[in-house]
Design a binder for this molecule. Structure first.
Ligand code: NDP
Length: 476
């Protein structure tokens, strides 16, 4: 089969009562897509973030690695400088030096995942019409699932055969994190420079720092691999999963047994990464793909931020046991409660995202049936109800989308808090992900609502009347 044939979209006739909408890009779409607003505090805010993110990652790493997750600080203002040198800088030099080993492992995985994204089999779907490309729809080869299964198999063989013991990952956490941080900056710079050089820039503000942070191009590609989609799901979530798995294996190797909280966190991360791969075909119609540009914000966060900060719960529990000799465990009712919170959150997250994205794919004519495990009941709504907008797009009002306007965010936050709760209440760090993610989603909601209100006008008001709550019915 030639690559052109492979990349032909696999259309299915729509039979679910959702009218196929031959989406055309309106003048308003183009206007909204081109509008530049300074977000995140403008150039000063984004510079602070570009400097602050890596500093924060190192600070938290020192707290976890050397102080059992306790937040440390200098004893007085005059001690700030020596404190930074002794407590932070000297520790980074010893424990987080970007060694050749860490570079080979991290970059080897980056390359491996890219080769899989390029070559593994999978269905092809079309994204939404892109205003800046005169409504053209890009095609996406969704081979995340086959790549994920192959990655699991290869890592299992490497671990069992002793070629690469997965416990080494957590033993070299600091080094790997530094390589990931450097790679995040390097890749952002290359993608930005190529975008400028090729002239395919979009929605530029004219301020270098702001544009570097937000990105220069919308959909940069190498061959048929969309770099943004690859970076969104192929790197961060699998690396996060392997970090947690590494902690679990370390616990087993050191103590000969595993605890329920350590199993919990591996299950939680497995569910997340698996959900991203099995539902990959839904991602081309998501906000990050059709609207966000591929800049430092997405690249750095996916390459370094997500895996190396969302994993604090696993590392905290492992370090706690290694330093105190006691494992973190909870009463049976508490453990069952947190497992239930995770699983209910996961169910709503999985089915909520599926319901909306499949509905949008039906409208787009790109819906395909996939039986990737697990297919949960109610993930696809038969004959859904919706609001038809003057723009032409349909707004789903059935399923979880009749209950709230962002049910998938609520579900994601339920999972996020469960990752912290499973560690107990002695350290803030396992809750960092929840706090950070809450801020991200609240900010995203306000940006998205503002955009939708402009795009759909009176129809958006009708939709908000029909589905009045954003996160939790009768609460908010
Ligand atoms: P959404 O899935 O909420 O997409 C927003 C867009 O969907 C809107 O702009 C609008 O697009 C369309 N839309 C909104 N309401 C409806 C409706 N009722 N019916 C049909 N279309 C609608 O955004 P995200 O891409 O932010 O989220 C996807 C998932 O990714 C979420 O579960 C989120 O939690 C997760 N996520 C996780 C992150 C992490 O770090 N863990 C980070 C970011 C996201 P249009 O203008 O085309 O109509």
């Amino acid at each position: 089969m030639s690559r052109d044939t492979l990349l032909a979209p696999q259309r299915k006739k729509n039979t679910n009562g959702v009218p196929l909408f031959k989406q055309k890009v309106t003048k308003l779409d183009v206007k909204l897509d081109n509008e530049v607003h300074y977000e995140f505090g403008g150039p000063i805010g984004v510079c602070a973030m570009m400097i602050g993110f890596p500093c924060l990652m190192y600070y938290f790493w020192v707290c976890l690695e050397y102080h059992q997750g306790r937040l440390i600080y200098p004893s007085s203002l005059s001690q700030v400088k020596p404190w930074i040198i002794n407590e932070i800088w000297n520790k980074i030099k010893i424990g987080a030096y970007p060694s050749a080993w860490a570079t080979q492992v991290y970059m080897g995985y980056v390359l491996f995942s890219f080769v899989l994204a390029y070559s593994m089999p999978g269905p092809v779907v079309e994204g939404l019409p892109i205003p800046s490309l005169n409504g053209q729809k890009l095609k996406y080869l969704c081979n995340g699932l086959s790549s994920w299964y192959l990655t699991l198999f290869v890592s299992f063989v490497c671990h069992v055969s002793g070629v690469f013991r997965l416990t080494h990952i957590i033993d070299h956490f600091g080094e790997l994190m530094t390589v990931a941080i450097l790679w995040g900056f390097f890749m952002s710079a290359v993608v930005y420079a190529v975008g400028i050089y090729s002239g395919k820039t979009h929605r530029m503000s004219g301020n270098f720092f702001y544009d570097f942070f937000m990105g220069a191009t919308l959909n940069p590609r190498i061959g048929h691999v969309d770099l943004k989609m690859w970076a969104e799901i192929r790197l961060p979530w699998p690396v996060l999963f392997y970090l947690s798995l590494s902690c679990l294996l370390k616990q087993y190797e050191t103590y000969g047994a595993v605890t329920a909280p350590a199993v919990f966190i591996v299950l939680a991360h497995f569910l997340y990464v698996n959900a991203c791969q099995k539902g990959e075909e839904c991602i081309p119609t998501s906000w990050d793909i059709f609207y966000e540009k591929n800049g430092f914000m997405l690249i750095f966060w996916n390459m370094a931020g997500v895996p190396f900060t969302y994993c604090y719960a696993s590392i905290y529990m492992m370090k706690y046991q290694l330093t105190t000799g006691r494992a973190i465990t909870h009463s049976l009712p508490y453990t069952v409660g947190i497992f239930s919170l995770l699983l209910v959150g996961y169910y709503i997250f999985d089915t909520g995202n599926s319901q909306k994205n499949r509905f949008r794919m039906e409208q787009n004519g790109s819906f395909i049936v996939r039986n990737a495990f697990p297919q949960l009941p109610w993930g696809h709504i038969k004959n859904p109800s919706y609001i038809k907008t003057e723009h032409g797009n349909l707004l789903l009002t059935s399923g979880w989308w009749g209950v709230a306007r962002k049910p998938h965010y609520t579900a994601d936050l339920m999972m996020a808090i469960s990752w912290g709760l499973i560690t107990g209440f002695d350290s803030f760090l396992p809750y960092f992900y929840f706090c950070f993610f809450l801020c991200v989603l609240v900010h995203r909601v306000s940006r998205d609502m503002e955009r939708c209100a402009k795009k759909y006008g009176k129809d958006w008001e009708r939709y908000c009347e029909r589905v009045p709550y954003i996160f939790i019915p009768y609460v908010f």
